[in-house]
Design a protein around this ligand. Structure first.
Ligand code: SF4
Ligand code: SF4
Ligand code: SF4
Length: 467
């Protein structure tokens, strides 16, 4: 219908950005997602932004194809007259390497008393930055071309200045991708207020540790029921809801019943993970951490129930199992299927692209690597900027960019001689650190590959189709 319209307009939500390692990408300021662009596509965009019509002979076929592709993917549209792009849409290059999002603990305070809390929120160990300090960090994000955050805590909703904090993010076109909450403050009234300044259905992630077991791990009686109500409320109001469950010795038997409840509640995703090593958990560890055998048995029982219920949502069980309804496939996240080529890849893509910010402004590779001593060695964004920390020269950046080849060359790493080194790719650095050494083997993946416990899970994976 609009074939005759001669000009191209990029969607106003999209910003053209570049970094030292990624020359060009479109950043969607509503979702925070990045779409990589080629040089010819950027040339085409610049021509369109200079008012060159789509049917002009100035455009080469590659330019026209690039713009047509953007239109096909609904990233732009044809218009009858030339519309100038917004000034902030124009190319801005950051003086650092590309980072996609930051998971940000915006307060170290909480209204729960969880026994395993990474940030020791019951004692507010890491405190809380003031709003002006937070705004300076948001400005650093914009300078580093980071337009996506995931907000966590502590409990993020206990910040007294939450609406102002949120407005400051929106003013900088930084998208909130997920809000991690314990659910206690997610009332209809709170949501009514929230919807006055956020029209998007942001994803919420809530902790729920199993039917009949939530209160013990959370250190407060009577919190299980309000959390279930908060999940129900969010789903009813159209929010995508993800659940995270922390597994320890005593709640493994509740996994099948919890699966049934979460199906009834209509959650979109469930992430099940064993409790990690943190200072807070250590007094409970000897009596309450589940053995590897108990975890494997409990997870198999969960998978039997999950299959019988028709795989009702996305499910991830540690490194052992992942089912995604969008592809209809279940597979082993631990199985990298790598080759010699993988040696030049970062050991963990997640720490490379999605760092974690502690409530006091310390930038960490990820949350499970915090609160175990490593936080003392990491940069604090009150003293250095994100762009400095993400530049190739910084020690922090060298650590998060550690390649598999570099890991395997380290004396203390036994993975180099392991027959599974390209299937496993060394596993998780946080588990390796908890197991005895940041550059050592990951004990959970050794159990999965070397001890052969992956056989217990193979019946639940979908076959990989040839071709
Ligand atoms: S809800 Fe989260 S932040 Fe609060 S105490 Fe529990 S683990 Fe810590
Ligand atoms: S199985 Fe263990 S030793 Fe082998 S590559 Fe994986 S973590 Fe390293
Ligand atoms: S190091 Fe481990 S816990 Fe941290 S992001 Fe990577 S896989 Fe996750």
């Amino acid at each position: 219908m609009d074939q005759g319209m001669p000009y191209f307009q990029l969607s106003p939500d999209l910003l053209l950005r570049g970094w030292e390692d990624v020359r060009y990408a479109l950043v969607d300021s509503r979702s925070g997602e990045q779409i990589r662009l080629t040089g010819p596509a950027v040339d085409a965009l610049e021509l369109a932004w200079n008012g060159i019509p789509l049917d002009s002979p100035v455009l080469l076929p590659t330019h026209r194809n690039a713009l047509e592709t953007l239109i096909r993917h609904r990233l732009g549209r044809r218009t009858e007259r030339f519309i100038e792009p917004l000034p902030e849409q124009r190319l801005k290059s950051a003086p650092c390497n590309c980072t996609v999002s930051v998971c940000w603990s915006i307060t170290g305070r909480c209204n729960m008393k969880c026994r395993h809390c990474y940030v020791e929120a019951p004692d507010a160990l890491y405190g809380e930055l003031t709003l002006p300090e937070c705004v300076r960090i948001m400005d650093q994000m914009v300078e580093a071309n980071i337009h996506a955050v995931l907000l966590t805590g502590g409990e993020p909703l206990v910040r007294a200045d939450w609406p102002d904090f949120y407005a400051a993010l929106k003013a900088r076109r930084i998208a909130v991708q997920t809000i991690y909450t314990n659910g206690l403050l997610v009332t209809d009234r709170w949501l009514d207020e929230f919807e006055k300044y956020e029209e998007r259905k942001v994803s919420f992630s809530l902790s729920f540790d199993g039917v009949g077991h939530h209160d013990w791990l959370r250190g407060r009686d009577g919190v299980e029921r309000p959390v279930v109500e908060a999940i129900r409320r969010l789903v009813r109001r159209g929010y995508p809801v993800e659940i995270e469950s922390v597994m320890y010795r005593d709640n493994l038997d509740a996994l099948p019943a919890t699966c049934e409840l979460l199906m009834e509640l209509g959650v979109r995703k469930w992430k099940v993970a064993e409790v990690s090593d943190s200072r807070a958990w250590r007094p409970y560890a000897a009596d309450h951490t589940a053995s590897r055998e108990a975890l494997n048995r409990g997870y198999v029982k969960l998978l039997e129930r999950f299959q019988a219920l028709g795989r009702p949502f996305q499910l991830q069980i540690d490194h052992r199992y992942m089912y995604d309804p969008r592809t209809g496939k279940a597979f082993a996240p631990a199985l990298q299927g790598g080759t010699d080529m993988s040696l030049q890849q970062p050991v963990c893509v997640c720490i490379r692209l999605h760092p974690y910010l502690l409530p006091d402004g310390t930038l960490m590779p990820c949350m499970p690597l915090s609160n175990c001593g490593l936080d003392q060695q990491m940069p604090n964004l009150r003293n250095v900027t994100l762009s400095e920390v993400l530049s190739s020269k910084s020690e922090y950046f060298k650590f998060i960019s550690l390649t598999l080849a570099e890991l395997y060359q380290r004396e203390e790493c036994e993975c180099a001689s392991c027959e599974y080194r390209f299937q496993c790719c060394g596993g998780c650095r946080a588990r390796a650190y908890a197991g005895g050494g940041l550059y050592g083997a990951d004990p959970a993946l050794c159990d999965y590959f070397r001890n052969g416990t992956r056989k217990m899970f193979e019946p639940y994976y979908d076959p990989v189709q040839a071709g």
